[in-house]
Ligand binder design. Sequence first.
Ligand code: SF4
Length: 979
Amino acid sequence: MNMQAIGARVSAARADTLARGETFYPGASRIHLAAFPPKERWDNWTYLDSKRVGRRAMLVPTTCFNCESACGLLAYIDRDTLTVRKFEGNPEHPGSRGRNCAKGPATLNQVTDPDRILYPLKRAGERGAGRWVQVSWDEALDDIASRITTAIAENRPNRIMYHVGRPGEDGFTERVLASWGVDGHNSHTNVCSSGARAGYHLWMGIDRPSPDYAGADVILLVSAHLESGHYFNPHAQRITDARARGAKVIVFDTRLSNTATHADHWLAPHPGSEAAILLAIASHLIQTGRYNREFVRRWWNWAEYLASEHPATGATFERFEQILHDLYAGYTFDFAAAESGVDAAVIAEVAEAVAGAGTRLATHSWRSAAAGNLGGWQVARCLFLLNCLLGAVATEGGTYPNAWNKFVPRPIHTPGHPPVWNELTWPPEFPLALNEMSFLLPHFLKEGRGRLEVYFTRVYNPVWTNPDGLSWVEVLTDPELVGLHVALTPVWNETAYFADYILPMGTGSERHDLHSYEQYDGQWIGFRQPVLRAARERLGETVTDTRQVNPGEVWEENEFWIELSWRIDPDGSLGIRRYYESRERPGQKLTVEEYYRHIFENSVPGLPEAAAAQGLAPLEYMRRYGAFEISSGVGAVYEQAVPATELADIAEAQFGRVYTRAPAPADPNAVPVATPDGDADGRRPAGVRIDGIIKRGFPTPSGRLEFWSRTLAEWGWPEHALPGYIRSHVHPSALGPDQMVLISTFRLPTQIHTRGGNAKWLNELAHTNPLWLHPRDARRLGIAAGGLVRVETEIGYFVVKAWVTEGIRPGVVACSHHMGRWKLAGPGGGGPGQAAAGPRQVAATVDLAADGGQWGMRRRHGVEPYDSADPDTMRIWWGDVGVHQNLTFPVHPDPISGQHCWHQVVRVRPAAEGDAYGDVAADTGKAHEAYRTWLRRCRGAAQHSPNGTRRPYWLLRPLKPGKDAYQLTEEPVVHARRS
Ligand code: SF4
């Protein structure tokens, strides 16, 4: 039976159940899952354990932290021992609806990991020597705080940097940095999703899509979304529902991913040619007149485009249509076929499917092609072009701007914008980069662009995750460049080995966070909480510090940042302490209790009422249920008429942009989140006039969907101002006769980058990353299945095993970045209470040596059974843990989006004599040359800024500085601290 037939049967079974009047789970899951304990009995629930023994549990919700989806979890806390026995799904969570992937329940492995870091550790030898001593939290906090205080007092704010991988929260730490007055936020985003974000942001002023899969007729994915895309579990279940209804799924993936196996149409293009196919589909819609003419007329900025680029023609919509026709006429199916290697007839078939979707076209591109290629941001721009042509924007079954499907409540204190610009993260060469140029940091430091006095890494492992990790090792071991490196992490990682302090932070069930992500057409908040703290409080105990319930001295970051900030400014003279003071107890320290109580009581519409209906306070409600749905069916916000109360002393710019002097609405989600410039007289953007009515529109400079980007045109890139095709750095014309393309961007569905650590269930499921190689290439190269292969990049090579499979396009190889963990051989010893400096279930033990910039890594052994408090560690049967390929990649910054372009041009050969599995070699001198080469593609702000600023003010920036800091100066700007 095929999947659609199964889906139809499931739907019919549900309908039968409803008809019989049987009980559906009443919570947000809205589905019939009899296995969910009714929430009225969560205080005392009896279940059978794996040995069929009845156990009494208190069920406490929290949020998974093992990917960005933030699915709900329910911790089963044994009522007799007050320990967590297992994690299951939380049916009260509107996004994940009670379901999890394998990584959710594996949170338990992380809690009980015998190798986890339980106490603050301080380096006792050279950085990287592997010697650690346990220190108190007080010692670590005082040392770190005094260095930060000094840097601030000496007006060197750019020497403080916080570098985060997975934030897992909405804005807490950005506000911490803002309160310190530093532009010190650094993220991983430019090695992840900036390419796609740039493509979306240039269209709609919001940088992420929120497809309404559940209502779609056609779903077009440029990613492996069913198994590993952004928000993949909540999305995958809605895609599956849509398929059961009969929706068609189209997948672009050079590799036969699990997602591709479920597609109605699977296209395996040459890497980097995806935009060419999308443009051919767009052209088909245009040439055949099957686009939503009225939507395009009303919502595209075509008039602005004509005025700027075709001033001599009449500014009529009909004239624009003629030009549009001509612009895309060359993107034929044959052109796309020649670029992509996909048959023209297949592309034509897919184009017909898209044309038939109308406003029910849900599309998504994440990482994948947008993260792999030079110009990858155009993949997202061309994909969203299809939505914009069909009018499938914020429609049922269409694609929403993400900001309308999430909710960020107002916190108790809101510090102002930092008055400073940090060129180590926002260098002048990349004025349009969507996020911090984080992966170039080692090169900037080596070039003398700055020095770090205090450098935090948090849930981030750049030595392993980023390209060119050995350049990171070089700067992290140089105290002249990095004064103090503090690693905030629950588990050992390759970057933490080179830290000065390792501070143990809680897993997903040991910390507080608040989040909301776009997973359907609705808005919700989820509450991550330390489940043992919540359980003890429910039993009447008072807990004042999360360390009182966590294992060892594991803390949580909310309390850590509050305490650190208090110590940075103990008497309040720096103006920092006020952001950490209680409102209820003036002059005293804010508690996390009060922080969240304030938000839930004052800033989440509907929550106080919903809580009161159950006789609960809002915080109590969130502690009990873990999530709250604020609204569903948000709809097309851009079409809303702006109420008269928001319009005062309005001014109207050319093409209909309307500005107002009325204050912004109090509800932060009443309007889109981006901040286009106000007008010259200080008014703020209010909306855009469409056919005589002022509508909310989009947060772009024009207020419309920007088919033509004035920003690109004015900031040095006029040739890319329209959705178009940029040939990738791995285009066939760039390859030598013996070269291939390596795809390294794909995830393994059951791994978690590096923070999974010893998640034993997951490591047993997936623990290697062989090289996907087509049989034709294997024959040509003389490589047998399972044979050792040397993959040579621009700066080195790695040695891996071949997996010969027809699931990859000939001429292309692929290797998942999700494996290849390592720990250094050497003295080892993780300090008191620690068995070893590294996760022994997932990391090989290696020797790492350098001769000048020539680095070599060889493994001593893979993983082995070992004795620990967990008897399962003696049952480890796998020895392989994969190969670390990212060390052999140089940086490839896209000059517009700033995204690292991951795809590599490589030579693949049988392993040479003396090569061993897992060998890695890399030359950091060549890596720096590659960096300099790519830097030459840039068009920097100094030459191309149209207005003397560093960056268009309207573009999103996490932790946006004050406007003054945007002015270009000879020296990095350090303005006086605000009062
Ligand atoms: S998709 Fe899986 S890993 Fe991600 S949050 Fe949900 S349960 Fe956790």
